[in-house]
Structure formats: structure tokens, C-alpha cells
Design a protein around this ligand. Sequence first.
Ligand code: ADP
Length: 209
Amino acid sequence: MDLTKRQHQIIDIVKENGPITGESIADRLSLTRATLRPDLAILTMAGFLDARPRVGYFYTGKTGSELLTEKLKQFTVHDFQSIPVVVNEDVSVYDAICTMFLEDIGTLFVVNNDANLSGVLSRKDLLRASIGKQDLREIPVHIIMTRMPNVTMCYKDDLLLEAAQSLIERQIDALPVVKEVESGFEVIGRLTKTNVTKALVELGRDQRL
Ligand code: ADP
């Protein structure tokens, strides 16, 4: 976040004199309390300053990058996940390829007849199966998918940062967001590298940081 010259002056005053009232800060800058109000609001919201009723403003000691990290650590998978696209494990590789194109998606999640997660299909899995002379309409996806228990999953309340770490460590593009049910795992979302990129853009756009 780029602070204005006046906002830097306010921080310096509060650093040296805090806790200090808004009135006193205004006096020191020869400004009115009303003129100062938006700046104090910005600095408080961004976490540089904190305000206590009847005490005044004090400096939190947090730097811009500490505040950025704090915000990042508040993001959960739920805040950025997308809608999942699932196929049954008995559909053919041909149909899965069509679904991937129609849904404009890079990873399909595969479910069994109880609607529980049984595997994952990536673009490369489908390409690999397409090399050769097999009839793609005859091969069910469960033959070629990455199957449970080897599927890396995440939960909606997981930290986005942890899910992103899994994507990098496992060198994969997407994680199914699951909910544990009696018979297995129900797929309730999809977390992709694009979702993580969106979080990064949101952080960069946050005017308060
Ligand atoms: P692509 O193969 O299109 O580059 P990925 O890098 O996501 O896409 O997939 C690489 C391999 O990892 C594929 O064989 C795929 O089945 C598998 N895979 C993808 N996502 C997961 C996941 N969440 N858990 C386990 N394996 C996965």
C-alpha cells in the first residue's frame, strides 16, 4: 500500500507520542480533526494504527508486509473455490474428453455410484489414453484415472496457503474440495492454480495494504 505523505506524518506522530487523541494529532499537523478523519480511518483499517476509546491512537508496529501476510493467512479454500465438474467412473474416456472441452476445465473429478470421490482425471491422463489404437468409447475412465487413496484433497476450511502448498508439492493443477461422509468423500468444490492466482490478484488490489 502506498501511503501519502500526510499518512506517513501521522504514523510518525503516533509512533512517538501514542497513545494520542485524534484532536492532538490534528493540532500537531495544524489541520482540523475532520480533515484528518479519512487518513486515520485508512491507517486503522490497514492495521498500522489501532484506536482505543478514551485513550487514543497507538502504533501497532506492523509493517506492510506483515499485514499482507496476515491477510493471506486469513484466506480459506472456501473463499476462492470453484464449482467442481464430476463424471461417473464408468463413463468412457471419449465422453470425459467431451466434458472437459464443454466445461472448459482442466481437471475432472471421478465419482462412484454412491457419488463419492474415486479418482481424478487430468488433461494429460486423457491425452495419454488417446495415444494408440484403442477405441476411446470402450475404455471407462476408472482404468486410466489417478485413483483413491492417491488423490490429494482439501477441505473448505483449510487455509488457501496450505492448499496452494499441496498443489506445488504434488505438482498438480487442482484439488477436489471434499466433505467427509459416512461412505467416503463427497466432492463439493474445486481448487485450482487459477483460484490461487485470483487470491494473489485480490491481495495486490487491496488498497488498504
Ligand atoms: P496435467 O496432467 O494436465 O498436466 P496435472 O499436473 O494436474 O495435470 O496432473 C498430473 C497427474 O497428477 C495426472 O496423472 C493426474 O491424474 C494427477 N492428479 C491431478 N490432480 C490430482 C490430485 N488432486 N491428487 C492426485 N493426483 C492428481
